[in-house]
Write a protein that binds this ligand. Structure first.
Ligand SMILES: Cc1ncc(COP(=O)(O)O)c(C=O)c1O
Length: 391
């Protein structure tokens, strides 16, 4: 008998999205217009900020927000080494130099103390990622940023609705960014958003995403076409209506799984701070390969054979990516000088060692936890995890 596959992620969609998109298609109005404006307004309200700017994807949102904060050649931005790669590449696209700091071993997010150590006269922005739906130590990072006059840009691509001390992430830094990629807690297929209370970041972001064009045929800054279209925005509005229902179910599933896995000696269930509302984009578990008596790849294969799809990211700290070690950033192969006007030696990423991230990279497993799971699915996952491992 074929084993039913319990998928690790499934979008929560229905007739409302179909109707909304159909209406746009039939209207013939596809280019950024009233639906994008409404999506921005409602998303800003949801996050608890004054302004939101919708863009083509989360990576474009990062690039735009960095540019709007004035980041450019000669600057450094402090980033975590455990995240999706575009948190880092967006800094390079802005012409600046990414500087990696280590993570906290429980939250897997930037450690403020290590960030402090890596600040130089060239640092402009601290860019924490609220990884897997958890929240980074915002107060700690804010204190470090304020002491040095730095900006804080929150990467909330995995944390729609995550709260830190009662406030939604994306409203806590100078700006936040979100992704609406297909697997995220809400999706527009591809899409992104910048959130901020800072009017100058808002105004610059709007210009930057639209060819630097304040009015037709006038270009005042170097911009891009990073616009969101009406089809995406219509889907986004319908998805925003469902977000909290999905979050509640994903949190309930994840908390149930976590509570039933604490006794497995080869698994570590990471601690979540009491003042964080973790929205569990992922339900991460740390696999102790020695105690499991099998390697990480075998755990993944065994689960897959038993019909449980899992996530397994991020395999290595991002400073170990080949492109970073070789500074291989330009198509013409010319060496990177760390950006024009950069008055220091570009970092030697290949020589970097950050102990906390190196302990966990490649050993984090994400269990299925999406809102479509049944109680039977959850019980099957827990039973299977109890069955595998050392006999
Ligand atoms: C932490 C993080 N930052 C940035 C991005 C980039 O978003 P996008 O895929 O929409 O460009 C993603 C994911 O996809 C992400 O997970």
């Amino acid at each position: 008998m074929a084993v039913k596959l319990i998928k690790v992620a499934e979008p929560l969609v229905g007739e409302e999205e179909v109707q909304a998109v159909r209406e746009v298609i039939l209207s013939g109005q596809y280019v950024s217009g009233r639906r994008v404006e409404e999506f921005e307004k409602r998303f800003a309200e949801y996050i608890g900020v004054q302004y939101a700017v919708a863009v083509a994807n989360g990576t474009a949102a990062l690039h735009t927000a960095l540019a709007a904060m004035g980041v450019g050649p000669g600057d450094e931005v402090i980033v975590p080494p455990l995240t999706f790669f575009s948190t880092v590449t967006s800094v390079i696209h802005a012409g600046a130099v990414p500087v990696f700091a280590d993570i906290d071993p429980e939250s897997f997010c930037l450690d403020p103390e290590d960030v402090r150590e890596r600040i130089t006269p060239r640092t402009r922005v601290i860019l924490p990622v609220h990884l897997f739906g958890n929240a980074a130590d915002v107060d700690g990072l804010r204190a470090v940023a304020d002491a040095k006059g730095l900006r804080l840009l929150e990467d909330c691509a995995q944390a729609h609705g995550t709260e830190y001390k009662g406030r939604r992430v994306g409203s806590l830094g100078d700006a936040g960014i979100f992704s609406f990629y297909a697997t995220k807690a809400m999706t527009t297929g591809e899409g992104g958003m910048i959130t901020t209370d800072d009017e100058s970041i808002y105004e610059y972001s709007r210009l930057f995403r639209g060819h630097g064009m304040p009015e037709r045929d006038t270009h005042t800054i170097l911009g891009y076409n990073y616009r969101m279209n009406e089809i995406e925005a219509a889907m986004g509005l319908a998805q925003l209506d469902r977000l909290e229902e999905g979050n509640r179910q994903r949190i309930a599933n994840s908390e149930w799984l976590r509570a039933h896995l604490t006794e497995i000696p080869w698994l570590r269930v990471p601690k979540v701070e009491s003042y964080v509302r973790h929205t569990y984009f992922w339900c991460p578990l740390y696999i102790d390969e020695e105690k499991a008596a099998m390697g990480f790849a075998d755990v993944v294969r065994t689960l897959r054979d038993r019909g449980i799809e899992v996530r397994q990211r991020y395999k290595r700290p991002l400073y170990k990516q080949p492109i970073m070690a070789e500074h291989n950033f330009y198509a013409n192969g010319k060496p990177w000088n760390g950006g024009h006007h950069y008055d220091a030696e570009p970092p030697k990423y290949a020589d970097l060692h950050l102990p906390n991230v190196e302990k966990v990279a490649g050993k984090l497993l994400g269990l299925p936890n999406h809102p479509g799971l049944t109680q039977d699915d959850l019980e099957y996952i827990v039973r299977t995890l109890h069955e595998i491992g050392p006999s």
